[in-house]
Design a protein around this ligand. Structure first.
Ligand SMILES: Cc1ncc(COP(=O)(O)O)c(C=O)c1O
Length: 365
C-alpha cells in the first residue's frame, strides 16, 4: 500500500530520544526548551510555547483570550475544523467564512461579510500548505481591531511574500501530528506577538494555571504539555527541515507536471506570492470526466493507493446545524470534490508516476 502520509525519520530522532530517556527527564526537560528556542529562531518570533497538539494550542489561545459564551469567532468553511470544534465546546459561536474555490483559503472579502460587533477573533487556516492572501486580511482586521489567529498546522515553512506563514497574525498555532511536515507524534506550538502577559497566561494555562508557586492554581488550567521525548523528536526533525522542504518541493513539482494539463482535474492553486511547503497534493474532480470523488478513493484503494477526501464543510456536519452555512457555496463544493494524494518526504518519483497512471485510468470514456 502507498500510504497517504507517513512520518520520515533521519536517525537523529533515535539518538535524541535515547538521550532523553537516559537523562530520565521524560516529562519536562531540556529538549522542550531547545525545541521552543529553535522553533522561535526559525520563525524569528520572540517566544514559542510547546503544547501537546495543535488542537489544544487553539484551545489555549481561546482560554488565554478569555473568550466566552456569546462571543463570535470567524472560521473557514472549508478546512480542518479544530477551531470551530473548540468554539462549540466553549459555547462560542463559530461564524463561517467561505473559501476561494481555487486556493481553498478564506479571503478578506469573505471574512468582512461575517464581521459583527461580537466578533472577537478571526481564525484563518492555511490549508494543505497554501497561505491565505494575508495583506488585505491583516489590514482589515487591524482597522476593525480584531485579533488574527493563523492556524498554521498545515503550512509550517510556507512563505507569503517571502515571510513565514504564522508570522503575520497576532497569534499562530502549529501541529506536529504524525502526518504533518515535521512531527513529534502528537504535538503543537503557539507563537504570539501579544506580549509577555499573554504568553505567560498561555504557559500557565498549559500547566494547571500555576504561575510560580507549585500547587498554587491562579487559573483553572489544563495539562497541555509536550513531553521531553516528543520535543527530542522535534529537535531532530527541525535539523532536517531543509531536506524535508526540498523533498516536498520535488514531490509537488512532479505531481504538478503530471496532472497540470489533465482535463477534468483542477489542482489547488498557489498564488505567485506563495512559496509553499506543500502538505498534500490536492485537486478537485470534474465528475463528467472522472467518477465521483468517493468512488475514486475506493478504486484507488483497490490498487493499494491510499488517498483522502477533502474536509467536510459544516453544511454537511450535523453538529453545526444551528449555525448559518447556506452561504458556503465554494466550501460545500470543495468538500464533495477534493481528493488528496499521497504526500510524504520519502515518496519516490516512481510511486508518483504509478499513482498518476492509476488515477488517469479511471477517466470515463
Ligand atoms: C489546520 C489544522 N488545524 C488544527 C489541527 C489539529 O492539530 P492536532 O491534530 O495536532 O490536534 C490540524 C490537524 O490535524 C489541522 O490540519
Amino acid at each position: 500500500m502507498i500510504p497517504w502520509a507517513r512520518p520520515d525519520f533521519y536517525g537523529l530522532e533515535e539518538k535524541y530520544v535515547k538521550q532523553a530517556l537516559k537523562s530520565t527527564w521524560i516529562s519536562d526537560g531540556q529538549y522542550i526548551k531547545d525545541f521552543e528556542k529553535k522553533f522561535s529562531r526559525y520563525l524569528n518570533s520572540k517566544q514559542s510555547v510547546a503544547v501537546s497538539n495543535g488542537t489544544c494550542a487553539i484551545h489555549l489561545v481561546f482560554l488565554s483570550m478569555g473568550l466566552k459564551k456569546g462571543d463570535e469567532i470567524i472560521v473557514p468553511g472549508f478546512g480542518y475544523m479544530a477551531a470551530a470544534n473548540i468554539a462549540l465546546q466553549m459555547n462560542i459561536k463559530p461564524v463561517f467564512a467561505d473559501v476561494d474555490p481555487d486556493t481553498y483559503c478564506v479571503t478578506a472579502e469573505s471574512i468582512k461579510k461575517q464581521i459583527t460587533k461580537k466578533t472577537k477573533l478571526v481564525v484563518v487556516t492555511h490549508t494543505y500548505g497554501n497561505v491565505c492572501n494575508l495583506t488585505p486580511i491583516v489590514k482589515l482586521l487591524k482597522r476593525k481591531k480584531i485579533i488574527l489567529l493563523e492556524d498554521t498546522a498545515e503550512s509550517f515553512g510556507s512563505t507569503y511574500k517571502k515571510k513565514q506563514s504564522g508570522t503575520f497574525g497576532d497569534i499562530a498555532t502549529f501541529s506536529f501530528q504524525a502526518t504533518k511536515t515535521i512531527t513529534t507524534g502528537e504535538g503543537g506550538m503557539i507563537i504570539t506577538k501579544m506580549g509577555n502577559n499573554f504568553i505567560n497566561k498561555i504557559r500557565s494555562l498549559r500547566s494547571h494555571g500555576v504561575i510560580k508557586k507549585r500547587y498554587y492554581h491562579v487559573y483553572p488550567g489544563h495539562n497541555f504539555r509536550l513531553t521531553n521525548i516528543q520535543a527530542a523528536i522535534g529537535c531532530a526533525q527541525l535539523k532536517k527541515f531543509a531536506k524535508i522542504k526540498r523533498e516536498r518541493k520535488r514531490i509537488y513539482n512532479y505531481y504538478k507536471k503530471l496532472f497540470k494539463d489533465i482535463k477534468g482535474i483542477k489542482i489547488q492553486k498557489f498564488e505567485s506570492s506563495i512559496s509553499p511547503v506543500v502538505w498534500t497534493f490536492a485537486l478537485s474532480i470534474n465528475e463528467k470526466i472522472f467518477p465521483k470523488r468517493d468512488k475514486i478513493i475506493n478504486l484507488l484503494k483497490k490498487k493499494k493507493i491510499e488517498t483522502r477526501n477533502g474536509f467536510y464543510s459544516p453544511c454537511r456536519l450535523p453538529i453545526y446545524n444551528k449555525y448559518k452555512t447556506s452561504h458556503l457555496k465554494n466550501s460545500n463544493k470543495l468538500s464533495r470534490k477534493v481528493i488528496c494524494l499521497p504526500f510524504y518526504a520519502s515518496l519516490k518519483d516512481i510511486e508518483i508516476k504509478h499513482i498518476f497512471k492509476e488515477f488517469i485510468k479511471l477517466k470515463k470514456n
